[in-house]
Design a protein around this ligand. Sequence first.
Ligand SMILES: *Cc1c(COP(=O)(O)O)cnc(C)c1O
Length: 405
Amino acid sequence: MLNIQNIRNDFPILSRQINGNPLIYFDNAATSQTPQVVIDAIVTYYSKYNANIHRGVHTLSQEATDAYEHARQDIQTHFNAKHAHEIILTSGTTHSINIVANGFSEFLKKGDEIIVSALEHHSNIVPWQMLCQRTGAILKVIPINLNGELIVEAFNELVSEKTKLVFVNHVSNALGTINPIEHIIKKSHNVNAAVLIDGAQACPHIKPDLQALNADFYVASAHKLCGPTGVGMLYGKEKWLNKLPPYQGGGEMIADVSFEKTTYAGLPHKFEAGTPNICGGIAFGVALNYMNTIGFETIAAYENELLNYATKQLLTIEGLKIYGTSKQKTAVISFNLKEIHPYDVGSILNQLGIAVRTGHHCAQPIMDFFEIPGTVRASFSFYNTKAEIDALVKAVKKAKTMLSI
Ligand SMILES: *Cc1c(COP(=O)(O)O)cnc(C)c1O
């Protein structure tokens, strides 16, 4: 059981007022809020041991290096990766995906096929389109049904000996649908295709066991996991990371440099050119440890309760339609009020102190499928309460009255 008041006390921002009302933060799918322990870790880093890592003999540099590598181990433990060097620290999910997309240029030829899902975030569509342009590979898309779920039979038909890569998000950021990635990974491996899972939206709610999952690559961003922005991870199986060429050249990623020939450093440094986000990496580890002390099963159970409660309450409002009605979903509710533009609803909610996201949520193809310009998206976290959901329902009713013609 969660002691919700204690947890809320961990997050200083939750005591803010917005337009004279207490902040109700329901934009967790875009970024999560930051607990005091993570803020403290950032302050401590800059006030006690700020230094560049991996190259100094001096004390500060050694302390910073130890803390950074310790964070990598904490991340490895959390995700149950086999080796710490399979965890590449990046600037976030988008960066991680681009490392893989860029690397695969060398492995693909004309006529090879890449499969992506119709539920993808833009960051998971554009790099593959660019990869296809460079290599002549063909992009195939797994369609969705009206519940916002991938059509598994259609995926089964798409996979063939031509498939070289499959890219699917673990959870859709626009609708919250949890995708059947275990099936997708097994089926793709039957034809020797590599699989990359975008875990950015899943990781705040589900603790993935990467060895059990057996995905070739898995990516996430710290800022959706109570950590800071500008840092994230690329997990890759050792054999894939060894095969994949480096993405950027620079300091830190080389073993030996001359003008004739440069040899690359081993993992993980091969993919970590230049000075990384040292403080961010350290804070990422602290954020994961914080969430683990609460426990991911406890978090998921509580958020599910919030999801069911909010779904039921919102559906009592006449004319409100929820998009994404899979039984397997995380605590995200995308909805519209008949005829009313989502932006107008969002603005009124903001007047009342409620932060939601409006628009296409970086997933325009999903909006096109439902033939809507966008949605209002309320996404919940373990620090939200049922009382906040009651306030949301009341505010949506008010918005409906104010905006109905
Ligand atoms: C947030 C998100 C991304 C992008 O993450 P960045 O941190 O902006 O790189 C990609 N995919 C999904 C599913 C997301 O939710």
